[in-house]
Design a protein around this ligand. Structure first.
Ligand SMILES: [Zn+2]
Length: 233
């Protein structure tokens, strides 16, 4: 039955809306499970649904030469995947790849456009979110160019922690190498350095953040810059 929400809604963007608007929106949502490695958008292809992650995590990747992928953004419970839709665009510019399995609420793009048009609180929430996401994307561009792998890895782990609201998550080194746009050996070196400093534990594809403050000190400033934009918005 449409509108029967079986998973707890913990997407913060939706939860921030006035109760009346939030309840109406829920009738258009369908709960889905997103699985690690699943691709939900491809560049140049139509966006059929928008997604509001609860405990799932989605990476936005840009492709160079058609196959080299680099992460330019990350979306968790604080946001929405499919921001071109409220801007009136139905085609994705990026690949959206699930990097953390979990649940999300999705709505067809057509229905979402209508809801967006009719709901000023949703418009305000999304304009703020799109501003924060743009800040993240632009900061990531500078970060990839100027900062060393170890600091970038620390930043990336903290951003992931904030979005999945857990200090423990699964990751392969190969996946991390793609996310950070470096060779696998570079990720191995950076992860061992963080491990030697007792900031993380990394074994069999499972990351444990052991020392939040220490990891924040090891990350480049980009982490705090984006977090500040988010907190102010
Ligand atoms: Zn940086």
């Amino acid at each position: 039955m449409p509108g029967a929400i079986q998973v707890p809604v913990t997407n913060s963007l939706l939860a921030s809306l006035p109760r009346k608007d939030y309840q109406r929106l829920l009738t258009g949502f369908e709960p889905v499970t997103l699985t690690f490695g699943e691709i939900i958008y491809e560049p140049g292809k139509p966006i059929r649904h928008v997604y509001f992650p609860n405990d799932s995590l989605v990476s936005l990747l840009t492709l160079a030469d058609g196959h080299l992928a680099l992460e330019v953004g990350m979306v968790g419970h604080e946001g929405m995947v499919g921001t071109p839709v409220p801007l009136g665009v139905n085609v994705s510019a990026v690949r959206a790849l699930v990097q953390g399995s979990g649940t999300a609420l999705r709505m067809t793009s057509a229905r979402f456009r209508k809801e967006f048009h009719d709901c000023p609180p949703l418009q305000r929430a999304l304009y703020r979110y799109i501003h924060v996401l743009m800040a993240q994307v632009t900061q990531t561009a500078a970060c990839n160019r100027f900062h060393v792998v170890e600091a970038r890895l620390a930043r990336w782990l903290l951003m992931t922690r904030d979005r999945v609201r857990a200090n423990q998550f699964r990751l392969t080194q190969e996946f991390l190498a793609h996310m950070l746009g470096v060779r696998r050996v570079g990720v191995t070196k950076a992860a061992s350095a963080l491990q030697k400093r007792k900031l993380i534990r990394y074994s069999r594809g499972e990351i444990n953040i052991l020392d939040d403050k220490g990891l924040e000190a090891a990350a480049c400033r980009c982490y705090q810059v984006v977090k500040d934009v988010h907190d102010r918005a």
